[in-house]
Ligand binder design. Sequence first.
Ligand SMILES: [Zn+2]
Ligand SMILES: [Zn+2]
Ligand SMILES: [Zn+2]
Length: 510
Amino acid sequence: MNDSAGNRPRTKGRPRNNTGKYSCGRCGLKFNHGIANFPEGRLCLTCYRKATDTYGRCPHCGQHRMLPGVSPATDNPICAECAGITRNLHCKTCGKERRPYRGGSCATCALRADLYEMMGKQADVDKFAILTEALCAADRPESVLTWKLNPKVSQFLKFLGAGNFEWAHTTFDEYIRENPKSKREVEHVRAILIKNEALRARDYDLHAFGQWWKNKLQTVDSPSFRKVLNQFISWDVTPRINESIKDGRNTRRATHAAKQHVSTTIDFLNWLHSQGFEDLSRARQPDVDFWLTSGPSTRRNLRPFLSWTSRNGYTRKLKVPVFEASNHKLISKDERSYWIMTFIEDDSIHLHVRVAGLLLLVFAQPLANIVELEINDVTDLDGKLFLKLGSQAVPIPSPIVGLFRDYLDHRPNLRGANAGSSWLFPGVKAGRFITVDSIKEQFRKIGFTQFLGARSSSFEELLAIAPAPLVADALGYSYKSADKHSLVTNQSWAHYVGVRTKRETEQKEP
Ligand SMILES: [Zn+2]
Ligand SMILES: [Zn+2]
Ligand SMILES: [Zn+2]
C-alpha cells in the first residue's frame, strides 16, 4: 500500500484531519471509523462514495450494475460479487443496488419516506404520487433531501401535499403571487416536474402545433388557397393558442381544436379547388351548405375559418349554420373513421390514450378489458405484432403497428413504484394498472365522448368488420393492400368474435 498517497496535499477544501487508527484501503487517508467490509479493508467516506456512485458493465461477469470494487489485475471498476465485497449495498426498501443512505434504505427511498411524512394525509393520492416520483427521480436525491429542509420549500410542498389545487401552471403562478419570496423554490419544483414530464412545458403545445401546420400546409392543392390558409393560421389560430397559454388554460385542448379546424379547412379548400374554384371570393353560401351536408358532422369545424375570411374580406359573408344537436347514441361510420385516424395521427394526444382509443375502436374491446391487458398479451412473431384477446391472438393491422411498437417502448408511469410493471397500461399507484376513469377523463379532454356511454350492443357493427379493413377504411386505403400486410382475414376475425361473444355471455351468467 502506498502510504504517501494519503499525505498528498488536497487541492481544495479544508485540509483533512489525517489522524486515526485506520487508514483507507484505497487512498491511505487515516480515520477512526470509515466503511468496513471491502477486500482492501476499510474505505474513507470519499472513496466509498466514489465506489458506490460508479455504475456500468462489469468487465468480469458482464452484468450492468454498481461497480464498487477494483480489479486487482487491471485496476478497472468491477461489481461487488466479482470483487468479493461482503458489505450489503442493496436498499432495504426498494431492493435496488444503491448506496444505503439512512437505516439501510437508499436516498430515493429515504426521500420518498420524508415527503410522505411531510405532506401528511394528502387529499389526492395520484397528484402526490406524481410529485413524489418526479422529485425522487432527480439525478441526486441526496441534494433534494437537503434542499427540502429549506422552510420555503417545505411550506410549498405541504401546500401541494394538501392536494387542493389544479395540476397546472396557474397553481404555481398563484402561489408565487401570494408568496413572492418563495419564487426561486417554487420555480425549482416546477422545473423538476417539467423535466420529469409530470408537467408539460408551457410552450410545448404551441411549438408542436407550429411544426404540424407547416407540414400540413403542403397538402393544400391550390397555391393561392394555401396562402390564405397560411394567413388564417398566422393571424387567427396561433394568436388564439397564445392567448390560452397566457391565461394558463389547457393549451393541449386548444391546439387539438386548432388542428381540427385547420384539417377541416384544408378538406374544404381542396374540395373547392376540385370543383374548379380559383378564387375564394367566388364561393357562395349554397356551396358551403352543400359541402357541409354531404359529409360528416365534423365538417362544422370550418366555422372559425369562414368567420375569419368573412371578416377580412377574403370571401363573401359566409357562415356555418347552427345545426340542431342530435341526441342519438349511434356511432356513425364517419365518426369512427375520424377517431381512428385521429388516434393514429395526432401526436398531441398522450400515446397511451391513443393506443387505448384504438383498442376500443379497432378491436371493439370494452375499456375495462383494455386496462387489464398485460405486456405479455402482445407478442412479436416474425416482425408482426399479435394481441391476445381471450384465447385468440389477433394480428395488429399494419397501419397501427408502428404506433404500438412506439408505445411498448414508452409506456407511462414506469418510473418509481411501477418500474418493471407488466401491465400494458401501468397506473400511478404501485402494482396497479391505469383506471378506466382516468382514460375516460383523457378521452373527454379531447372530445372523444361518443363511445363512453355506449353499451356493448353499439359495437355490433364494429364486431362484424375485421380490424384491418376498418383501419384501412379510416385511412382511405384500399382494403386489399392493407390486408396483404396484416394477415387478417374476415374468417379468423369472425372466429374471434364468436369466442368473444361466447365469453361475454358466460360472464353474464350468475
Ligand atoms: Zn479513501
Ligand atoms: Zn462482476
Ligand atoms: Zn431504495
